[in-house]
Design a protein around this ligand. Structure first.
Ligand SMILES: [Zn+2]
Length: 464
């Protein structure tokens, strides 16, 4: 935006005359803050932002993170972070920083600080560098943990930050999974905070690039970059951070041996959704729910409640509901999950196993059989013959067309039962296809399960 257009001619003339007399005045007025008024971004009030300026305290030893002219990454990261902190505080947001001076803060401490702070979103601020500085590589990138499928909210935030970093660096960049950088684990800060809130690592260009390193030494540019983050955060919060919870139409015992024990086997289990934006509801078609990894449908009960169609009965054992959705501004919730348990009685395990085995082999009954086997598996996870149950579950998933889940359960057999008679067959079949992966689970953010009383309150006066 051309600033000169903001002033009428006489003002411009006065400003030019003043600038001639007091050249320092021009220096003291950073270009962007005059146009961005943090106080106007009222939706940021009370929002909690955790800022992690990357690295610190090692500039003298760390030749890799030093650009032309001696600029260090940790210094540029900190300067951008401090300017951003100032803007966010002026807008009324509550900010915590993992460091405010040039000092080394161990990663575990940064993560612990973020956990204690319980933020609405997390930004880790970095700048990139190449080893061969003569290559003049220069583009912004934004990293998020995992994949878009399991971490959609962070992906949304990453896109907004990228748009702003592209504007300020005047170059095209990209959003990447942090597994693109560390293919085995992703990054620690994002991995360890992925269940807290949406989070990203911003890489605001390459300080190894000659021109960009000069810009990063200019405080006007540093403020521009901070403004870029500020505008992305503001837009993200303004569009709303949707969230949800689980409500059930029966009593919930939170002190029982398992998690959230239900008092009946056929309650209404509903997802209650909050769009996070008072001007936009939720996109009902975007609501995706799984129970124990099996996709399940839902029916609308009222404006913000959707009943999960889990079948006739919640079988004994533990069940995990996972869900996510978007609001009408296109913003995704985090992946959410909640556990409920149905207390078993004697004979349940045997019944579920036998009936489940029989039903899971027929095309029409595979789904119901699968639910039974999954329930059985949750009742006796360390059964010495558990590999057979997992093997049957894999077969049933494949029968209902859930190939990825089928492989996931085959990998569980391979890794958790090294002596299993199925091991060789699994290794043979999956290795040929795509290689074996250790079956790590990501369930998303845990949300509360509310019982009977809350159910009625959430859905008006009538109980479905
Ligand atoms: Zn870095």
């Amino acid at each position: 935006m051309a600033r000169s257009r903001c002033y009428r001619l006489p003002m411009a003339a006065i400003a030019a005359a003043l600038a001639l007399v007091f050249p320092a005045c021009r220096e003291a007025a950073p270009p962007f803050l005059g146009l961005v008024k943090p106080e106007d971004h009222v939706w940021l009030r009370g929002k909690r932002v955790f800022i992690d300026p990357g690295h610190g305290g090692s500039g003298s030893r760390d030749y890799f993170r030093v650009g032309p002219g001696g600029i260090t990454e940790e210094k540029a990261n900190l300067e951008v972070a401090l300017a951003l902190q100032g803007m966010l505080v002026r807008s009324g947001a509550v900010v915590a920083m993992s460091r405010s001076v040039d000092t080394a803060v161990p990663m575990e401490e940064r993560i612990a600080m973020a956990e204690r702070f319980s933020p609405d979103l997390l930004l880790s601020i970095h700048h990139n560098a190449t080893v061969r500085t003569g290559d003049s590589v220069q583009y912004p990138s934004v990293l998020f943990w995992g994949s878009r499928g399991v971490n959609p909210a962070s992906h949304d935030l990453a896109l907004l930050v990228l748009e702003q970093l592209e504007r300020v660096t005047e170059s095209k960049g990209g959003v990447f999974s942090d597994y693109a950088i560390f293919s085995e684990t992703g990054t620690r800060i994002l991995r360890m905070t992925k269940e807290l809130c949406p989070g990203i690592i911003g890489e605001g260009g390459f300080l190894s690039d000659e021109l960009h390193s000069r810009r990063l030494r200019d405080h006007h540019y540093i403020e521009d970059e901070a403004v870029a983050y500020f505008l992305a955060v503001s837009r993200y919060v303004q569009w709303g951070i949707p969230r949800g919870e689980v409500v059930v139409s029966c009593g919930v015992d939170t002190r029982c041996a398992q998690e959230n024990c239900l008092s009946t086997r056929n309650p209404v289990v509903a997802i209650r959704v909050f769009s996070g934006n008072s001007n936009a509801g939720i996109d009902e078609g975007s609501l995706k729910i799984t129970m124990d990894g099996v996709p399940v449908g839902s029916r609308k009960l009222c404006i913000d409640m959707f009943a999960v169609e889990y079948g006739r009965e919640l079988y004994p054992g533990t069940h995990r509901f996972r869900f996510c959705f978007r609001n009408l501004r296109g913003q995704s919730s985090m992946l959410h999950h909640a556990l409920v348990s149905v207390p078993p009685v004697q004979g349940d395990y045997k019944r579920l196993l036998e009936t489940g085995r029989r039903l899971s082999s027929g095309a029409a009954t595979a789904r119901n059989g699968l639910f039974m086997l999954l329930s059985a598996s949750s009742l006796a996870p360390a059964d010495p013959r558990g590999d057979e149950v997992l093997w049957l579950i894999a077969g049933a998933f494949s029968r209902i067309g859930e190939r990825a889940m089928a492989n996931h359960y085959r990998e569980r057999v391979y890794y958790f039962y090294p002596q299993s008679r199925y091991g060789a067959a699994i290794a043979g079949s999956i290795m040929r296809e795509r290689g074996l992966f250790f079956p790590a689970d990501h369930y998303g953010k845990a949300v509360p399960v509310r019982g009977d009383h809350d159910f009625c309150r959430g859905c008006g006066t009538t109980r479905p």
